[in-house]
Design a protein. Structure first.
Ligand code: F6R
Length: 612
């Protein structure tokens, strides 16, 4: 949700910033811009559209500078346009600023500024904050740093901001609360960005800035302070990521690359944890807190979107294996509905980015209420990972395609291991079943590989239904959340309206939609619900709906009822969701591509949703 990049050092700033913005485009792509400072001359360029349009616009322009800031936007206040694009310039023309987040009390501050003679050229909250900083600086004759500190004490909302000033031609001032900021430490140079992807090719030494911290960044100096003006020692970490992880590597899209990476990302997730031969699962985050986890009165899972779907699968699995009641909540709803959280409750937070504002805010609330937070997070060092009491990373590597794929299967693998570990410690699973499920989980990477080998079949199915206006996705039991996920994926990247439903619930309403034009995707693998879902297929067939089914190898009944089917290897029903989701990811991908949609950057979406 908005990407920001900054550079100060001996290099030309513009190429570094441009490349960084391209890497961060998954965070927003409705407009972009740069502010470049050459001695004390400040040049600001911005353009509606993707970063490529900014790049073209800047051909032949003066981009000479060793310091600069750049932004790629996901609109919150004000429609996507040149004038609402960042960076914004203050009224006196001396300051330029970029911002990721939302200033919630901007209207009140704007009214004060208007009374003091300010007018605005954009509809953004960012321009309000910038002019507020300028106003404080002018009225108090103080430094920019001091003015920023005073301004931030008045601000409510979320921000990561980078500020430059014509009078300080080598300094970037940054601050964060609620939106991420990483600073890369080079030799006589510093890089600032929303995540490590713009930094990785220059340095692996980084500092993750915390909420309510301010950074004063010069080529050879990095000073961190809190809002009380006390200096903080920066904690330098080493990035554990290679450049190749954030490049397309020959695939047409990041989404396709990430779908095809799943055999290895799931393997990486299991590696060092699951030892099927020895019959063990090693997860320090679970082991160290096993009493808390196995004695939980209740587990509440908080997440959004695809991660919420992983939570629904986990609900079924944890209740089945651990016999602990589980509730799965949309984080955004949890936050505002005065929920009951007791000290014996465990919260599992699931997030790919680790920065989703709805989830973060909900977790802060639960933490205040005394809950124990266990994070299942993909982005290492992210805010959710850091506020959790314990957790387990999914180790799926950077996910760049806006639609989440490999992070989801990583979440399912981690949650399965967590459930198995609690169950064996609690004694709610037999040794035999435990060993069986360990072996089943161990076989997943190979089975995913086998599914991917038949991906062309899904391309054909996608071509056949790409012009449909609606889709229905149905599943039962462990595959019900996968039906929801299939529908979400299709909506996101093909813009086809799709609904996911429990297959049995379909007859209580959605069946009215069924006619010969409606494709209905059944997630109908061989499990304890199979006979029932076959009856549901009959019900759709009787109404001439078009049936696409995801079935288990060797099933002879479902193909007879289906217009198209895709077979996956046999798996235990608790493990099946990690497999059944793969063909649905591919179906959505190929449908989006067949419709000419930029599947890595579908309209209106952004990856890391850092606004509430
Ligand atoms: C869907 C998708 C979103 C995210 C949601 C939560 O493909 O990517 O629905 O799952 O925004 O994001 P995280 O997992 O980063 O908290």
């Amino acid at each position: 949700m908005c990407g920001i990049v900054g550079y100060t050092g001996p290099k030309q700033a513009y190429p570094v910033i441009l490349k960084g913005l391209k890497r961060l485009e998954y965070r927003g792509y409705d407009s972009s811009g740069v502010a470049l400072l050459n001695n004390s001359s400040l040049n600001v360029y911005k353009k509606k559209g993707k970063v490529a349009e900014l790049e073209e616009f800047l051909i032949g322009k003066n981009v000479e500078a060793n310091i600069g800031i750049g932004h790629t936007r996901w609109a919150t206040h004000g429609e996507p346009s040149d004038r609402n694009a960042h960076p914004h310039t203050s009224a006196n023309g001396k300051l330029a600023m970029i911002h990721n987040g939302i200033i919630e009390n901007y209207a009140q501050i704007k009214t004060e500024l208007v009374k003091n003679g300010y007018s605005f050229t954009s509809d953004t909250d960012t321009e309000v904050l910038l002019n507020f900083i300028e106003y404080i600086q002018t009225n108090n004759s103080c430094s920019l740093e001091e003015a920023l500190r005073i301004a931030l004490k008045r601000v409510t909302g979320a921000y990561c901001i980078l500020l430059i000033e014509a009078a300080s031609p080598d300094t970037i001032i940054a601050a964060r609360k609620g939106s991420p900021l990483v600073i890369g430490i080079g030799k006589g140079e510093h890089f600032l960005a929303s995540d490590a992807s713009p930094i990785i090719e220059y340095t692996k030494e980084v500092v993750y800035v915390n909420d309510y911290e301010l950074a004063i960044v010069k080529p050879d100096e990095l000073i961190l302070k809190n809002l009380g003006n006390e200096t903080i020692t920066p904690y330098v970490t080493k990035l554990d990521m290679e450049l190749s992880a954030i490049e397309k590597g020959g695939y047409d899209h990041f989404m396709l690359k990430e779908i095809f990476e799943q055999p290895s990302t799931i393997y990486d997730c299991l590696r060092g944890r699951l030892d099927a031969a020895a019959g063990t699962i090693t997860m320090a985050g679970v082991q160290l807190n096993i009493e808390q986890l196995k004695n939980a009165n209740r587990i509440m899972i908080l997440a959004c979107g695809t991660s919420w779907h992983a939570g629904l699968v986990a609900e079924y699995i944890i209740e089945e294996l651990c016999r602990i009641p589980v509730e799965v909540e949309y984080a955004s709803e949890f936050r505002y509905r005065n929920p009951i959280v007791n000290p014996g409750d465990v919260i599992i937070a699931i997030s790919q980015s680790g920065e989703t504002a709805d989830t973060l805010v909900a977790l802060n609330k639960a933490k205040e209420d005394g809950a124990f937070i266990f994070g299942v997070v993909n982005a290492v060092g992210s805010s959710i990972a850091r506020i959790s009491h314990a957790g387990a990373y999914t180790h799926a590597g950077p996910e760049i395609g806006v639609a989440s794929t490999k992070a989801f299967t990583g979440q399912l693998a981690v949650l399965m291991m967590v459930a198995l570990k609690i169950a064996i410690e609690k004694g709610t699973i037999t040794q035999e079943r435990y060993t069986h499920l360990l072996n089943e989980l161990n076989d997943v990477p190979e089975k995913v590989d086998a599914i991917l080998k038949n991906s062309e079949e899904l391309k054909t199915i996608a071509e056949a239904y790409k012009d449909a206006s609606d889709f229905l996705f149905l599943g039962r039991g462990y595959n019900f959340p996968i039906a929801l996920e299939g529908a979400l994926k299709l909506k996101e990247i093909s813009y086809i309206h799709a609904e996911g439903y429990p297959a049995a619930e379909m007859k209580h309403g959605p069946i009215a939609l069924v006619d010969e034009n409606l494709p209905v995707v059944f997630v109908a693998t061989k499990d304890s619900y199979h006979e029932k879902i076959v009856s549901n297929m009959q019900e759709i067939k009787a109404r001439r709906g078009k049936i696409i089914s995801i079935i288990t190898d060797g099933d002879t009944i479902s193909p007879e009822l289906s217009n198209h089917y895709f077979s996956i290897p046999t798996a235990d029903e608790l493990i099946a969701p990690i497999l059944t989701v793969i063909p649905l990811q591919l179906l959505s991908y190929y449908t989006g591509v067949a419709k000419g949609i930029d599947v890595d950057k579908p309209r209106n979406l952004a990856k890391s949703v850092t606004v509430e």
